[in-house]
Design a protein around this ligand. Sequence first.
Ligand SMILES: Cc1cc2nc3c(=O)[nH]c(=O)nc-3n(C[C@H](O)[C@H](O)[C@H](O)COP(=O)(O)OP(=O)(O)OC[C@H]3O[C@@H](n4cnc5c(N)ncnc54)[C@H](O)[C@@H]3O)c2cc1C
Length: 451
Amino acid sequence: MGSLSKAGAALAGLREELGGEVFAPGDAGYDEARAVFNAMIDRRPAVIAQCADAADVVRTVRFARDLDLPVAVRGGGHGVVGNALGDGAVVVDLRRMHGVSVDPEARTVRVEGGATTSHLDRACQAYGLATPGAPDSAAGVAGFVLGGGTGWLDRAFGLAVDGMRGVELVTADAERIRVGPEAHPELFWALHGGGGTFGVATALTLDLHELPEFAAALLLYRPEHGPEVVRAFREAIETGPDRLSGALLYLTGPPGSAYGELVCGALVTYAGGGRTLRELAAPLLALPVAGELPYADALGVFDTPPGLRSLSSAECLIGLPDDLVDVYCSLGARMPVPTGTRHLLFPQGGAVAAGPHDYPLPFRDAPWVAHPSARWADPAGDERALAWVREVRSGVAPWTTGDVPLDLIGDEGAERLRAGLGVGNMLRLEKVKRAYDPDNVFRFHHGIRPL
Ligand SMILES: Cc1cc2nc3c(=O)[nH]c(=O)nc-3n(C[C@H](O)[C@H](O)[C@H](O)COP(=O)(O)OP(=O)(O)OC[C@H]3O[C@@H](n4cnc5c(N)ncnc54)[C@H](O)[C@@H]3O)c2cc1C
């Protein structure tokens, strides 16, 4: 009774003092506030605090500590496993904090902790500048960057986190600190891949690159042409400049193509103009193209409509030999259609491989990554989707490096977590965790435990 009234009084106090809004079970708007991108996630936090600024974040973390409750952090709500929410947790919901300020002189951008890729890109485009962002425009920038961040610009400019200059963080002690190469250097290191395990990033400062033009096209083919398409894409990437990127994907034909049927797609992106893109993609254009979506429409294909169920996994590959091309294509042919599922295969290399190797992101060395990403509407499709994702993983197993891009996978156990962060990095990460969050307040992301 005593602790109930203590919790009730604390909640009333939080509602009173927060600039943003607070939702608890039973409140109107609670269910809406706890919905994330993946419709399979049905978690019931104790409190959701939609913070208006960093001071609100401090108040919320203090509130959670006073009641001895764990804290989950929500950015864009696009995490694969829904770890933006925790049953019984206090959720720091950052969606209202989406300010982006570009400094064109310093070539940097300051991004608040709840900004999405769309907020970031729109602000930077006005200056002809860019930083590597997520393929899905609704994905949160902070979650994406702190997990590494792979997208269409990484071969040209590096993983998103490679350009991170500093982080404004609220710690488990509800302290506001600035983290950078000179301030809290061990924590800065850990934030390169360790994600939201160490605190709430209320803002990040990121490097910007000149990018006056960016071109993309999604070329669609009948699935029987898959092996030729994959080989032509491989050739283009392996002989082309680092500014050339994109992905192969099997998908349900979008409007403007074989609508509703399985198609094999090659998304070709170029950090430059459309004419050069077409020259570099000439071998792909020489194949019998069944449909083509230009720039904005092509990128829209990667935006997932809300309300779908979702499960993803990923395997880093040692290369893309012809045997593997055939295996990838036959797995594509077995993909559940029509659904929102994508059977992706994307290149790394370029600035990703050349980037700093000290960070806990060993997946950067893989030249190719297979990324089955199942999305479907009907719960009756769960078994089929799960089985297909499992089938892709075991199909490509003979060619894996063993590294894991953690942000692309579901909850696949402690061994995959260690592989994702690097076995040799775990002890160091656990020491940082002990120094900054000994009580494991931030326990929903990646599950790095304090040593
Ligand atoms: C279908 C799909 C496709 C994806 N494709 C890619 C891809 O191509 N490349 C890629 O790199 N990733 C990809 N991702 C992964 C996605 O970018 C990451 O999961 C990212 O963390 C999502 O950020 P969010 O803020 O939207 O997610 P949320 O669900 O809000 O958060 C995810 C995790 O990040 C933490 N976090 C978020 N914001 C903060 C913050 N401000 N401070 C501290 N911790 C924070 C949260 O605590 C949570 O643990 C994909 C995910 C899905 C579901």
